[in-house]
Ligand binder design. Sequence first.
Ligand code: MET
Length: 382
Amino acid sequence: MQSKTKKLLAALIAAGIVPAAHAADIKLGVAEALSGGAAQYGVSIRNGFQLAADEINAAGGINGNKLVLVVEDEQGKKEEAINVFKKLIFKDNVLMVFGPTLSNSAQAADPIAQAAKTVAFGTSNTADGITSIGNYVFRNSVTEADVLPATISTVKAKTGLKNVAVLYGNDDVFTKSGYDNFKKALEDQKIPVTTTETFAKGDVDFKAQLTKIKGTNPDAIVLSALLAEGAPIMVQARQLGLNVPVIGGNGMNSVKIFDLAPGGASNNLWIGSPWSIENKAPENVKFIDAYKAKFNGSPDQFAAQSYDAMYIVAQALKNTKITGELPKDRAALRDALPSVTWTGATGAFKFRQANDRAGKPAGYDADQAPIVSVTKDGKYVI
Ligand code: MET
């Protein structure tokens, strides 16, 4: 800004014509999949951010400064995630970036944020290796590695399953990582696999794989999929008379499954997550009520995690002196984040240091334990 303009703005602020908070807005980037198949998650995520930011601003903002969200659609595609990260970081000059929705995109876009020394904070990325990208990469989404062993052992204890068939998407970072972690958990828990089948993004007919699975007579199907393919898989499995439990990863954890696999096809789906709509803790009840009032629908885990993430960043910002020098402020926010603790919609939260591939300290993962639930007549039941 020209110094004349600066002086004029200062005079207008002093005269009360321009609100002072405007001069110190805190710009946060939001890069999520708002169109395409992953919008099932991305729209919920955006809503969670919006709800939390509105609440924080209504309560006085961050030391009097307002949070302003710059929201971009990365379409669930890694090339778009890269473009959107570049726009937010280098053109919009945001303090940090939330997102992207899919691990597949995070693996491509987070290195841009890392190189620019700007925090990239994922609220839904659950694949292995995301936070190994570097020390500016954070997430509050509990990883498949942390969730799937608990999901498998709970289903084993509750249903007595002796073996399983495995079905997974082999062309997506998240579904492949889910598969790796399922495989490891099954080996650790000594559960035999009757057959392992694969599919690809955009497939619509899964009858060949499901018929093969049915032929092996498994006690359950372990499914690592995103909803776009996972929902039709459930519908087609039930059509073929495969009514065994389906054990899903994070991709299957959305109330959208009840619309996409209607008429009981979504029953008997087991998933693990730190968040449940049934959890009556006051922070969660407040979140659910506020979400329903604002968006006229029920929240899901993805909205809960983005809502909590905004509060986690807000706590860090309260302990950060914003100077207006972007590189300094971006680094200060990064340094303030690891020690934040917060009790929100997903319960008590803290970060856990992650390592890079060489075993050196890198980014931060969520340190939270999952709860396992099963779908019954349009609900997740614990
Ligand atoms: N967990 C997915 C991923 O990491 C994204 C949200 S869909 C469950 O790619």
